[in-house]
Design a protein around this ligand. Structure first.
Ligand code: COA
Length: 336
């Protein structure tokens, strides 16, 4: 627990939403040259959900997930002080959080987007907990939502098989230090490797004829899969160990390992490196693929619905991805 903490953070409720439209590996093999066997053995993914239809955006999924979380505790949206939307696929580059604020009727909340790709939800929770622990705000809605299907090159079989669309939300509340659930965190970025996973902005060849100004647009997800794999498997265990050390607890104290749902092989390799039993891994990526910022809250919400997680369980939650940015939160789950 951070020594400067004045108050604690508790997680009151979670919610999640996925689109109805599902794309199986078999169907994928009609789109690019691949097979169910190739995808499943290398990633553990069987299917993913895609946000299809006209005028559907990340905000729609985020609103759905948020409403479910609010409904669980019958919270009035007007009681939310802050909304943090972790996303890398907004429908407005100025941010999508304000659309969510408006549609939820959270008229008293300030709202902003946070961009940290697949680590976005981790960064969102850590950011929110600072406001809660220093007493600035009482109720914060943190959403992880992404619709990377809109940013995928659907002819690139090395990336299009991996991602899916979803949203997950958590309502955090300021509480006494004794009830605090966010015990420790550890965050990292190494921009040297930002090119390993990006959706980069590409300028047109010719500038504006008078202004010498180059305009352009964002293209598609580009990834060096092997390097990202190596990065995750080497750095995530180190981050977890650092976090455990600063809390003065051991691997044996962990009840659940909740990693960003990128690839089943990564989940297993991290658990193996830390000698954590695979029965403690929370995984749902076979159904949804890598849903970027949504993956952690989606998996957490499902695990809670399945009643896997009990009061006072220690959950190690790690995110990793583009940036490259990665980080860990150690939570002690409190049931209300
Ligand atoms: N279906 C069939 N073959 C495919 C394929 C697909 N979907 N995608 C790539 N291949 C082919 C490649 O073209 C290559 O063929 P070649 O040997 O003839 O050149 C071969 O399979 C091996 O490709 P490679 O990229 O070396 O595969 P890999 O074993 O590294 O597995 C990933 C690819 C993407 C599954 C793996 O690198 C990975 O999971 N990386 C982490 C990605 C990740 O999690 N990113 C998000 C982090 S937030």
């Amino acid at each position: 627990m951070k020594s400067f903490m004045m108050r604690g953070t508790k997680i009151l409720a979670t919610g999640s939403a996925v689109p109805d439209s599902s794309l199986s590996n078999h169907k994928m093999s009609e789109i690019v040259q691949t097979s169910d066997e190739w995808i499943f053995t290398r990633t553990g993914i069987k299917e993913r959900r895609l946000l299809t239809g006209v005028n559907q955006s990340v905000a729609d999924l985020a609103i759905l997930a948020s409403r479910k979380a609010l409904d669980k505790i019958s919270m009035n949206p007007q009681d939310i002080d802050l909304i943090i939307l972790a996303t890398s696929s907004p429908n407005d580059l100025f941010g999508s959080a304000s659309q969510i604020q408006c549609k939820l009727g959270a008229i008293n909340a300030v709202a902003f987007d946070l961009t940290a790709a697949c680590s976005g939800f981790i960064l969102g929770i850590v950011t929110a907990s600072q406001f809660l622990q220093n007493g600035s705000y009482r109720n914060i809605l943190v959403i992880g939502a992404d619709v990377l299907s809109k940013w995928i090159d659907w002819s690139d079989r090395s990336t299009c098989i991996l991602f899916g669309d979803a949203a997950g939300a958590a309502i955090l509340q300021s509480c006494s230090k004794e009830d605090n659930s966010i015990l420790e965190f550890q965050l990292n970025t190494d921009g040297n490797y930002s090119n390993h996973l990006s959706i980069s902005y590409q300028e047109e060849i010719n500038p504006h004829p008078i202004l010498n100004l180059y305009q352009g647009s964002f293209k598609y997800v580009v990834m060096n899969g092997k390097e990202v794999y190596k990065f995750a498997v080497s750095q995530v265990p180190l981050s977890i160990l650092k976090c455990l050390k600063s809390l003065n607890i051991s691997v044996g104290d962990i009840d659940w390992l909740l990693l960003h749902q990128a690839n089943e092989r990564i989940l297993k390799a991290v658990a193996e490196k830390l000698s954590i039993s695979s029965s403690k891994i929370i995984a749902n990526l076979s159904k949804y693929g890598n849903t970027s910022a949504a993956s952690i809250p989606l998996a957490l919400d499902e695990a809670l619905q399945d009643k896997k997680i009990s009061h006072n369980d220690i959950i190690v939650v790690s995110g990793f991805g583009a940036g490259l940015t990665w980080g860990t939160i150690i939570m002690q789950w409190k049931s209300y």
